[in-house]
Design a protein around this ligand. Structure first.
Ligand code: GDP
Ligand code: IMO
Ligand code: MG
Length: 430
């Protein structure tokens, strides 16, 4: 068997959580392979809404096992809160959740470094979620991080203290006074004691050698879906550096974040919104600063699932989408939030950019981070009706089909699913 992959093609928040939940009944295992609690994956069904940060979105399907892979980084306190919320809603977590021993731990002091580093950047700040992502991956690469498997070591506490002391020195070097700084509403010492208590919850989970776990599942013929976090344009290598996250959000992250050979990758499901959003700083060529942008934000309820920040909104960007399709070897596309465009007379899709030299290009240039790219748009007719009301077997409006066909032809990949609302059932299959 091969591993199918679902990942975001834009700047995150495409709706990955919803589609993983929709697909979960077709899979025996759902596995997260990178990122950490900077992710916020929303799942809605039966009038209930859940936002997952660390736990894979297959957790609502009781037949599916869920793996947090070695490439993921974990904050035990955030994970504990997630588990408690799911348990309170009678969703069983302990039997179906498996955690890689090689996944790295986000310490409370990583979050201080994140805050100190962002504060020091002033107007050049990344707009990080401040969950400690950059500093934790930095320690992983510097070979001084702590991992889930280390929780079993007799000297875990002294290792924890040594790393914390080192971090506090770094924080002091930034000139950052952390004594009054709040981490998710808690002072450092308070957060730290909650974090240390939560480590006990992590100790109780099934801890596995995840590379063996997943390859053995494949050998037994089980179906595995890898769930991406963030999006292609936030990838550490291919995103709009430095305004990116600190992991490979693209297909390569599946291999290194789960221990899967490239030859074991199956379908690559690329997911995109019918328009674009971005939260945090960095280039966004099709961003709208006018009433149309406001309308997208209002119609799409575009506020961050993790931080509540308003998301920046703009038109669909085909050169960027095609870049993401190329990098990931996408085999099928899923278009999300089509309903958000229901009441527009006219829609625009960026088909090229004009660089500083006046030349048109369909490639994302290296200079995207330093120069403003002016998009060239194709103007399309809006469908001007609610697609939520259209029964599954009825013909879709012509202008709606034209919008999708235009994207498919440009990307060279079929759109197989269209999402028309946040609920699990609001989906059209093609
Ligand atoms: P993720 O991080 O990729 O899982 O996406 P988020 O959960 O951060 O953001 C997607 C948001 O859009 C969530 O609030 C979803 O409930 C919502 N959503 C998902 N699909 C649709 C859709 O088709 N239409 C609308 N209107 N909302 C959707
Ligand atoms: P999901 O999985 C949208 C953005 C942040 C910031 C940059 C770096 O829900 O799609 P970090 O916390 O990683 O240091 O932030 O990346 N970012 C996201 N934007 N969705 C996400 O995850 C994101 N995770 C990080 O806003 O600009
Ligand atoms: Mg999200």
């Amino acid at each position: 068997m091969k591993v199918d992959v679902l990942l975001g093609l834009q700047w995150g928040d495409e709706g990955k959580g919803k589609i993983v939940d929709v697909l979960a009944p077709q899979y025996d295992v759902v596995a997260r392979f990178q990122g950490g609690p900077n992710a916020g994956h929303t799942i809605e069904f039966e009038g209930k809404k859940f936002v997952l940060h660390t736990i894979p979105s297959g957790i609502f399907n009781l037949e599916t096992r869920n793996l947090i892979g070695n490439g993921v980084i974990i904050d035990p306190f955030i994970l504990r809160k997630e588990i408690e919320k799911l348990n309170a809603a009678d969703i069983p977590v302990y039997p179906n959740l498996f955690v890689s021993k090689k996944a790295h731990l986000i310490l409370p002091s990583h979050r201080l470094i994140d805050a100190a580093s962002e504060a020091s950047k002033g107007s050049q700040k990344i707009g990080s979620t401040l969950k400690g992502i950059g500093p934790t991956y930095t320690d992983k690469m510097s070979r001084c991080g702590l991992r889930v498997g280390d929780l079993e070591l007799a000297d875990f506490e002294s290792r924890y203290t040594a790393l914390k002391e080192k971090h506090l020195k770094q924080v002091a070097q930034f000139g950052f006074d952390y004594t009054a700084h709040l981490i998710d509403g808690h002072l450092f010492s308070d957060y730290e004691s909650r974090w240390l208590e939560s480590v006990e919850v992590l100790r109780r989970l099934h801890k596995v050698d995840s590379e063996y776990f997943i390859n053995e599942e494949l050998k037994l013929g089980r179906r595995v879906l890898a769930e991406g976090a963030q999006g292609t344009l936030l990838d550490i290598d291919f995103g709009s550096y430095p305004f990116v996250t600190s992991s490979n959000t693209t297909i390569a992250g599946v291999c290194s974040g789960l221990g899967i050979a490239p030859s074991k990758i199956g379908q690559v499901i690329g997911i995109f919104k019918a328009y674009c959003t971005r939260v945090g700083s960095g280039p966004f060529p099709t961003e709208l600063f006018d009433e149309t942008g406001e309308k997208l934000r209002r119609n799409g309820n575009e506020f961050g699932s993790t931080t509540g920040r308003p998301r920046r909104c703009g038109w669909l960007d085909l050169p960027a989408l095609n870049y993401a399709v190329m990098l990931n070897g996408v085999t099928e596309l899923v278009m999300m939030k089509a309903d958000v465009l229901d009441d527009f007379e006219q829609l625009k899709i960026a088909v090229a950019y004009q660089g500083a030299d006046g030349q048109l290009t369909q490639k994302l240039p290296y200079e995207a981070c330093t120069q403003d790219l002016v998009p060239a748009y194709k103007i399309m007719e809006g469908w001007n009706q609610s697609i939520r009301q259209i029964p599954a077997n009825e013909t879709l409006p012509e202008s709606f089909n034209a919008y999708i066909t235009f994207v498919e032809q440009s990307a060279g990949v079929p759109v197989t699913m269209i999402s028309t609302g946040p609920d699990r059932n609001q989906i059209l299959y093609r």
